[in-house]
Design a protein around this ligand. Structure first.
Ligand code: SAH
Length: 363
């Protein structure tokens, strides 16, 4: 018989074992796990999360080439640096050919997923998005295209899907409707955001939701609701990162979110949804120089290096001190590959679909 691991005596370790086995905990148990201050809890949680990740995806880390193609936005989210009313933001948008150039460069560097992210920019009508997505698919039939362009009509999502878009990222931001109202102006609506997520999933996208950790006004009970939403919605991807203040918003001067709590949540989400694709985000790397490695060591398996042209990189500023705004794409890839190795993983060239979407094109 194997000797008992002494740590399994501890209550929080028992909770982690239960989470690993049943993929869920009661509200009270989850709260105890989130609030526990013992660093041993983090170590045990991360160890379990890594075991689960490695069992499912091996030590592969998937790269997504992020193309931030517009920072115009009609919304006014209180926390976001590219909100409509920020008169100090230097606005830009990329034309289709410029986006295709980014893809060409990215493809040569080994990227097989491109993520088109932007503010909600009315210039990019459905027709324009369709033309960009189908343009990318024509040039690079073996890549996955992920869109992250906010809330749209179901018909629009359907048109993008028919044009070849495979995945969609739309963070729910917070699963608590009151907290949602606190973070957003009145014209934005929590129920609408959730409806969008449901529309996306019913169309057949691989869908990502997620939240900021430590956003203004966030309480533990809000994070518990976030976890419950993730548990019931069962997204294919979950994007979480710490909140970081932006100087031109009303939250300038607020405390940023906690790196440690973000890492703990990454591990919890890995144990809740073992097959989930989980990025170690740029925001995590911004708050901690080793944040992305730490994310990978906590159960993340995706990195999203920036492929935007260097002239515009410094303008897509959702928060202060964003990293990698000066680097060329090739430099980013080199630097990230090094970090991935440090975290005991390897970068793979593949679309990196969710397990349930994998076919022979994915290795
Ligand atoms: N317009 C798109 C893309 C939004 S930007 C959409 O609505 O989905 C991508 C993500 O950045 C947001 O979903 C938000 O969670 C995050 N973000 C915005 N401001 C931030 C800040 N100050 N700190 C950390 N993350 C932020």
């Amino acid at each position: 018989m194997k000797p008992e691991d002494p740590r399994s005596e501890k209550l929080t370790c028992k909770l982690i074992d239960k989470l690993e086995k049943e993929h869920d905990l009661t509200e009270k148990e989850m709260s105890a796990l989130l609030l526990d201050k013992d660093p041993e809890t983090d170590r045990y949680l991360a160890r379990k999360a890594l075991e689960v990740r490695d069992r499912i995806y091996g030590r592969c880390v998937y790269l997504r080439g992020l193309i931030e193609f517009t920072n115009y936005c009609k919304n006014n989210c209180y926390y976001c640096g590219i909100r409509r009313d920020n008169g100090n933001a230097q606005r830009y948008r990329l034309e289709k050919e410029e986006i295709l150039d980014c893809c060409r460069q990215g493809y040569a560097l080994g990227f097989r997923t491109f993520v088109l992210q932007g503010g909600e920019d009315p210039y990019f009508t459905d027709d324009r998005i369709v033309s960009i997505v189908s343009g990318i698919k024509e040039c690079f039939p073996d890549v996955a295209v992920t869109l992250s362009v906010g809330e749209r009509k179901k018909e629009s999502y359907q048109r993008f899907f028919d044009a070849g878009a495979d995945r969609y990222l739309l963070r729910h931001e917070t699963a608590d409707p009151d907290h949602y109202r606190f973070l957003h102006p009145e014209e934005m609506d929590f129920d609408h955001r959730i409806r969008c997520l449901e529309d996306l999933r019913s169309i057949g996208y691989q869908v990502g939701c997620g939240m900021m950790v430590g956003s203004p006004g966030q309480k533990t009970e809000h994070l518990l609701r976030d976890l419950r939403l993730i548990q019931s919605f069962r997204p294919h991807m979950v994007g979480i990162g710490p909140f970081i203040p932006h100087k031109d918003t009303m939250y300038a001067g607020q405390e940023p979110g906690s790196v440690a709590l973000t890492l703990r949540l990454l591990s919890i989400i890995r144990l809740m949804l073992p097959e989930v694709l989980l990025p170690a985000t740029t925001a995590l790397g911004t708050l901690d120089p080793r944040g992305r490695e730490k994310g990978l060591m906590a159960g993340a398996n995706v990195l999203m290096p920036n492929l935007s042209p260097s002239e515009v990189r410094g303008k897509y500023l959702l928060y202060d001190n964003k990293i990698c705004t000066g680097d060329e794409a090739a430099e980013c890839v080199r630097c990230l590959s090094f970090r991935v190795e440090k975290a005991g993983c390897k970068v793979v060239v593949s679309r990196g679909d969710h397990k349930r979407f994998q076919n022979e094109s994915d290795e």
